[in-house]
Each structure stands twice: as structure tokens, then as C-alpha cells.
Ligand binder design. Structure first.
Ligand code: HEM
Length: 421
């Protein structure tokens, strides 16, 4: 694929340029191959944002080894200084978006312990059964409806329903949750967010406030009438005599609904696209579904990398890949690029559902922030593919995806699908 764009050089690539993120995926892949081949991690200037002046710029960690190294050294590559987004989060954003993903230990560990206890074996068992039921109902509706937008009618519905059920959110609020999480991770896409910077900030803060109100209401209800859901578990969790404050509960809830929704949906949409583009791999999967679905899901997550990056901030002098980092430097871990690293993955632009080992970093690399929902996400993708491919065996993507304009989420807004004719 890289040979298609022989003229591309490092000087043509600016990861801070919004337009870059609208390039065709094959061209984006070629650009990251050029960056990986550079001697040191490339440096990019930061543009001004609607809520902050231009920051100092950032180093892009584009090689697999560099992403792994930074992830396993959280004491040097901090998540808690500034934010995990490229610009630092201003104070007013912290109220809603300052949860554990933007913290270091010991605060991070304390919060993660509370939520991990809420994911008890009983809770996990319950959601495994629910995923199957919800996926079956979505495919029933798809068969009734006929060819449609796969994102709206299939991919978005499973993670939304599951995360809302887990939280005990009533069905009549699902649409609001989806609308708010879409706005929060809208990137720079004018379909979701105003092109006027001030209005955009207002929209994001309003979405955060709506979700915070929702959980505050649910927690108050559960205080009198505990339920079998995560909000009850979080609101009543007591670790060494400590409970979550209401601000911690709100930002935690927002992190979970945003992370639960905006990632698995894209993994599912990319999966349909990839299994359409690589029909031999689809045939192979169907020839031995149970034996191959495990490695297939890992490969689909590697290939799609729904979360493109997370940022860290350097706390002290450290050298990676020939580059000296100093306190205050920003390092951006490009999972999407690490998952295409030709020194780790043979023929990375090829989907190989039997790839093993497959040390992809789609859920992050080993370290304290490794995706908390990885188990749930794998389950959702595997169960949905089984339902879809066995009950609608001729389903295919029927055209190019309408992609989200974002440097952070490798998103698909719409994807036409066809079957039954
Ligand atoms: C295919 C789907 C998913 C992908 C690709 C994905 C990817 C990621 C990535 C890259 C990180 C950051 C890792 C790091 O910084 O080292 C992360 C963290 C996280 N994810 Fe996921 N995720 C997915 C699904 C989910 C789901 C379904 C949930 C919720 C139930 C979830 C909850 C979280 C949380 C809470 C964190 C922060 C963990 C921490 O800071 O300790 N994710 N995810």
C-alpha cells in the first residue's frame, strides 16, 4: 500500500493539520510508515485551540516499541499532568472530563480499584448474557428493516444498550447518552459540533453537564432503592472507608459511557468494512468460527485501532529511540501507527484473522491505564459478528464509509450495508 504514494515525504505530513485526518486511510497509513522510518520521533507544533493558546508542541511516538516503552513507565510518562488530549484541559473541563484516565497513581489506582470491584464476577456474568440477547434483538430488527445504515442500526446500538444497561440508565435516556457522547468525542467534525470555537466549547460542556445531571439523579434514586447496576455499585463503593465524591462519580460515569460507546461502535463498523474488503478472511472465519473468532477479534481491533492516540507528559529526563525527553515535553502515543508497525506485524496492511502472536496496542499497551473495558469490548464484537455472519451470511458494506473528521477516534459516521439480494 505504501508504494501507492511514493512521493510522500516527512515534510508533507503535519499531524496537527485537520485536513490530514481526512486523508484516505491508505494514504494515512503510508504517511505513518514514513514517520516510523524517521530516525527519531517526529515533532509537531500545536495549533491554538478554542480553549487554550497554542501549546509547546509534541513528539509523536509512532513506533510500536516506543508506545510500549512509554506505557510501561508511567512515572516518566505521566497521564496526570495536563491531560491525555494534546492540549491541556482547562479547569472548567476537569469537572466533567478529569477522571482516572487523566490521573497518575496513587489517585488513579484508588479509582480503578473502586470500579474494578464494581465489575464483580456476578456483574460480568450478567453482562455476558445481556450482550447475547441484545445482539440477537438487533439482528432481528435488521432482518425486518433490510439494507440500511449499519452504524445507526447495528454498530451503535449494541455498545449503547449494553453500557446503559450496565449503568441502569432508563431506555428513554439512551438517545441523549448517544448524542452527548458523540458531541464529546466529535473531534473537529462539523456534523456533530459547531465550527465556531466558542460555541463548540459550550456544546462540549453542556453535553458533560447533561451526563453529570443524569448520574446525579440516578445515584440519588439508587440511594433509596439500590439496584443491580454499576451506578449503585459506584455510588456505594467503599474502599478503606473512602467513597467516591459526587464530582468523581460524575466524571467516572462520563468516562465510562464515552469510552463504552465511542470505541466498540467503530470496531464493529470497521469489522464489516474489513470483512467486505478481505473476503478470503471472512470465508476462513466462517469455516471455523468458534476456533478463529478469538484471534479474529484481536486482528480487527489491531487493524481498526478505534482510539488513535493518548498523550503523556514527561516528568524527568529520559531517552527513547534516540530522542532526549525533558520534563514538560508532550509525547503522543499513536496506537494506530504502532499497530501498523512493519517491524512487529508482517504485512500489516493485510487483515489476517489467524495472526498469532498479535501484540497489538489497540486497547493501549501494558501499563496502569490499559483499557478497563477490553474484556467487554471483545465480547461485544465477537457475539455481534457471530449473530450477524450466521444469520445474515451475505451482509456486506455497500459503499465507502462516511468517516469522522477526528485525530483521536478512527470513527465511521455512516456505512451503507446490503444483504438479501
Ligand atoms: C474496541 C473497543 C475499545 C477500544 C479500542 C478501547 C481503547 C482504549 C485505550 C487505547 C485506552 C487507553 C489505554 C492507555 O492509556 O494505556 C482505554 C482506556 C480505557 N477504556 Fe477502553 N477501549 C474500548 C472499549 C471500552 C469499553 C467498552 C469501556 C467501558 C466499559 C472502556 C473503558 C475504558 C476506561 C475506563 C479506560 C481508562 C482506564 C484507566 O485510565 O485506567 N473501553 N481504552
Amino acid at each position: 500500500m505504501t508504494a501507492q504514494y511514493p512521493a510522500l515525504s516527512a515534510a508533507d505530513i503535519d499531524l496537527s493539520d485537520t485536513e490530514f485526518w481526512g486523508w484516505p486511510l491508505a494514504e494515512r497509513r503510508a504517511a505513518f510508515a514514513v514517520l516510523r522510518a524517521a530516525e527519531h520521533p517526529p515533532f509537531f507544533a500545536e495549533p491554538e485551540t478554542p480553549f487554550a493558546e497554542a501549546g509547546p508542541g509534541y513528539y509523536a511516538l509512532v513506533r510500536h516499541a516506543d508506545v510500549v516503552e512509554a506505557s510501561r513507565r508511567p512515572e516518566v510518562f505521566s497521564s496526570g499532568k495536563g491531560a491525555t488530549s494534546i492540549p491541556d484541559l482547562p479547569a472548567e473541563f476537569n469537572e466533567y472530563f478529569g477522571s482516572m484516565i487523566n490521573m497518575d497513581d496513587p489517585r488513579h489506582a484508588r479509582l480503578r480499584r473502586i470500579v474494578s470491584r464494581a465489575f464483580t464476577p456476578r456483574m460480568i456474568k450478567k453482562f455476558e448474557g445481556d450482550v447475547q440477547l441484545v445482539a440477537a434483538a438487533i439482528v432481528d430488527d435488521l432482518l425486518d428493516r433490510g439494507p440500511c445504515d449499519f452504524v445507526e442500526h447495528v454498530a451503535a446500538r449494541l455498545p449503547l444498550t449494553i453500557i446503559c444497561q450496565l449503568m441502569g440508565i432508563p431506555d428513554d435516556r439512551y438517545d441523549q447518552v448517544l448524542r452527548d457522547t458523540n458531541i464529546i468525542l466529535s473531534g473537529m467534525d462539523p456534523d456533530f459540533i459547531s465550527e465556531d470555537p466558542e460555541q463548540a466549547v459550550g456544546q462540549i460542556l453542556t453535553a458533560g453537564a447533561e451526563l453529570a445531571d443524569l448520574v446525579t439523579g440516578l445515584a440519588a434514586e439508587r440511594a433509596g432503592r439500590p439496584g443491580d447496576d454499576l451506578v449503585t455499585a459506584l455510588a456505594t463503593a467503599n474502599i478503606d472507608g473512602e467513597q467516591l465524591t459526587s464530582a468523581e462519580l460524575a466524571s467516572f460515569f462520563i468516562l465510562l459511557v464515552v469510552a463504552g460507546n465511542e470505541t466498540t461502535r467503530n470496531a464493529l463498523s470497521h469489522s464489516l468494512m474489513l470483512l467486505t474488503d478481505f473476503p478470503d478472511q471472512r470465508e476462513l472465519l466462517m469455516a471455523g468460527f468458534d476456533g478463529r473468532i478469538g484471534t479474529a477479534v484481536e486482528e480487527l481491533v489491531r487493524y481498526s485501532s478505534p482510539v488513535i492516540f493518548m498523550r503523556r507528559t514527561v516528568t524527568r529526563d529520559h531517552r527513547i529511540n534516540g530522542q532526549d525527553f525533558h520534563e514538560g515535553d508532550k509525547a503522543v502515543l499513536y496506537y494506530w501507527s504502532a499497530n501498523q508497525d512493519e517491524t512487529v506485524f508482517a504485512d500489516p496492511a493485510r487483515l489476517d484473522i489467524t495472526r498469532s502472536p498479535n501484540p497489538h496496542v489497540g486497547f493501549g499497551a501494558a501499563g496502569p491505564h490499559f483499557c478497563l473495558g477490553a474484556h467487554l469490548a471483545r465480547r461485544e464484537v465477537g457475539v455481534m459478528l457471530r449473530e450477524l455472519l450466521t444469520r445474515v451470511p451475505d451482509i456486506r458494506a455497500a459503499g465507502p464509509p462516511d468517516r469522522l473528521l477526528s485525530s483521536f477516534i478512527n470513527g465511521i459516521k455512516h456505512l451503507p450495508c446490503t444483504f438479501g439480494g
